[in-house]
Ligand binder design. Structure first.
Ligand code: SF4
Ligand code: SF4
Length: 494
């Protein structure tokens, strides 16, 4: 006799079986042929899929006018020039902390989503989920819905079956190729790279990258599918550690559903059966092929398609929806004790979620503030140390330096560099004669570039070794400024 949750009461029988036939170390994966379903969660999944794929494939083709001196691609990782462009934002290598900040925000965002709605990332927006869903739709398009696919898999190999397989795998390859092709567009001007790619003029790295990504997309999304989530991805394990009794999960309410029995049996024996009619619809629509009635499990990505399926069954047989539903363990216990079901959205209102939101928002605001106040011009200086100084025939002392003037605007800028803290000091460069030496000099810095130049600084006889600064001011409307401290070496200094 089985207990209401269908687990055997006679554990000795279970032990006996275990002793006689040990579990195999390896069980072959069974292909999941999930069934088509419609419902609010499926429609939401469609929406997320369209938005995420649209963003991924479409973003490199968005143009963004930055003037004649910068690329006009809205999102571009320009490795050759070491720049990252994202609409109005341009990140230079020395500003990598912005990228680090975005990565931290992404990490905290995942914690926030997990604390609020459990594994919603896995169920809707994770690339593995999105591409697996796409490949499952291809299966349905080519071979039909679940029953047709099950029959097709069991059927002997014929020309018709072979040609369908070839056709399906061709579509897989096109999707994989498109995915790899879209990836490389983020690293170069998309229209130019497309022409170069098809005319054989692109860099070898582009062809190799597309080939690798085509292969990984087809293997991970087309063939391995749910096995990536169950066996390869570390995130479900991390998430499990982050969840508690207040986390939202897709839950089968066994106290309401058990013992299972068909509608006919329930009509014949009123009061003896629960609401679950054992129709298996929840299992058949599941993209990872699990039975949520067996309780929370790592294979459940909380996509909620089983909720759609079960709600439809409940509507058809005239019983209340929500036999499978988003719920927290705490709410389940309260509901089981006879209290009314709490709306799922109330589970979002918890201190942990607010704390993550606050941290996430604070980092975001901090990054926005840093972006808003950052200077688009700066100066750095390195003193030549060999020799540290030159003593001229009139007793004056000359030092030489390499200065770098950075112009982060997408237009050329004039910048003035002035000596400060070095009385009587004058400067000139390799292109400005020492006849024109002066306490300040003006430089023309090309758009979006760093000008590196050697400068000579002369101080009158008797000047002692001392610290001084080079002050930079842009000669445009912004009047941005920066300064760099360095040392002036002179005789007698050790
Ligand atoms: S869909 Fe609902 S009624 Fe059908 S087996 Fe699943 S839980 Fe039971
Ligand atoms: S059990 Fe339900 S929520 Fe979990 S993966 Fe399957 S269909 Fe999605």
């Amino acid at each position: 006799m089985n207990s209401p949750n269908n687990r055997p009461d006679d554990w000795s029988a279970f032990t006996k079986v275990k002793t006689e036939r040990a579990d195999p170390l390896y069980e072959s994966a069974k292909t999941v042929h999930n069934k088509r379903i419609d419902g609010p969660f499926r429609r939401f999944k469609w929406l997320v899929m369209l938005v995420t794929l649209g963003i991924y494939y479409g973003t490199p083709w968005i143009r963004w006018d930055r003037g004649p001196y910068a690329p006009d691609q809205a999102v571009l990782i320009d490795l050759a020039n070491r720049r990252f462009y994202m609409f109005n934002i341009e990140i230079w290598p020395h500003e990598f902390y912005f990228v680090a900040g975005l990565l931290i925000m992404a990490g905290i965002g995942l914690f926030l989503v997990t604390s609020a709605v459990g594994r919603a990332w896995c169920g809707y927006a994770c690339p593995q989920t999105v591409w697996t869903d796409l490949f499952q739709h291809v299966d349905r398009f080519v071979d039909g819905d679940r029953n047709a696919r099950v029959r097709m898999e069991a059927a002997p190999w014929t020309i018709a079956k072979l040609s369908r397989r070839v056709f399906k795998y061709m579509i897989y390859l096109v999707i994989g190729f498109w995915t790899g092709g879209a990836w490389i567009m983020y690293f170069a001007d998309a229209p130019t790279l497309t022409v170069d790619f098809w005319t054989g003029q692109a860099a070898m790295a582009a062809y190799i990258t597309v080939a690798i990504l085509t292969l990984t997309t087809v293997v991970l999304g087309g063939f391995m599918r749910e096995q990536v989530c169950v066996y390869m991805c570390p995130w479900p394990r991390i998430q499990t550690a982050m969840m508690d009794e207040k986390s939202l999960l897709v839950t089968y309410k066994d106290w309401r559903g058990e013992p299972r029995g068909s509608v006919k049996k329930a009509q014949k024996n009123p009061g003896e059966f629960g609401d679950c009619i054992d129709c298996m619809q929840c299992v058949q629509v599941c993209p990872t092929g699990i039975d949520i009635r067996e309780g929370p499990q790592i294979g459940c990505i909380t996509c909620a398609l089983c909720i759609d399926a079960c709600d439809k069954v409940m509507a058809d047989i005239g019983r209340p929806r929500g036999l499978i539903d988003y719920a927290t363990l705490e709410d389940c216990e309260a509901e089981q004790a006879g209290q009314p079901a709490r709306p799922a959205w109330k589970a979002l209102m918890r201190p942990r979620t607010f704390a993550y939101t606050l941290i996430w928002g604070a980092i975001g605001l901090g990054l926005l503030f840093a972006l808003g106040v950052r200077s688009h011009a700066d100066i750095s200086v390195a003193a030549d140390r060999n020799p540290p100084f030159m003593l001229m025939s009139d007793g004056s002392v000359r030092n030489s330096y390499t200065i770098k003037l950075r112009n982060m605007e997408s237009q050329p800028r004039r910048m003035e560099v002035a000596l400060s803290g070095l009385p009587g000091g004058r400067m000139w460069t390799e292109t400005i004669s020492n006849d024109d030496a002066a306490p300040s000099q003006t430089f023309e810095v090309p758009a979006d570039q760093t000008l590196s130049t050697r400068v000579y600084v002369m101080a009158p006889a008797g000047t002692e070794a001392q610290e001084f600064t080079l002050d930079l001011t842009t000669l445009d409307e912004q009047r941005e400024s920066d300064s760099a401290a360095t040392k002036f070496d002179a005789p007698g200094d050790n």
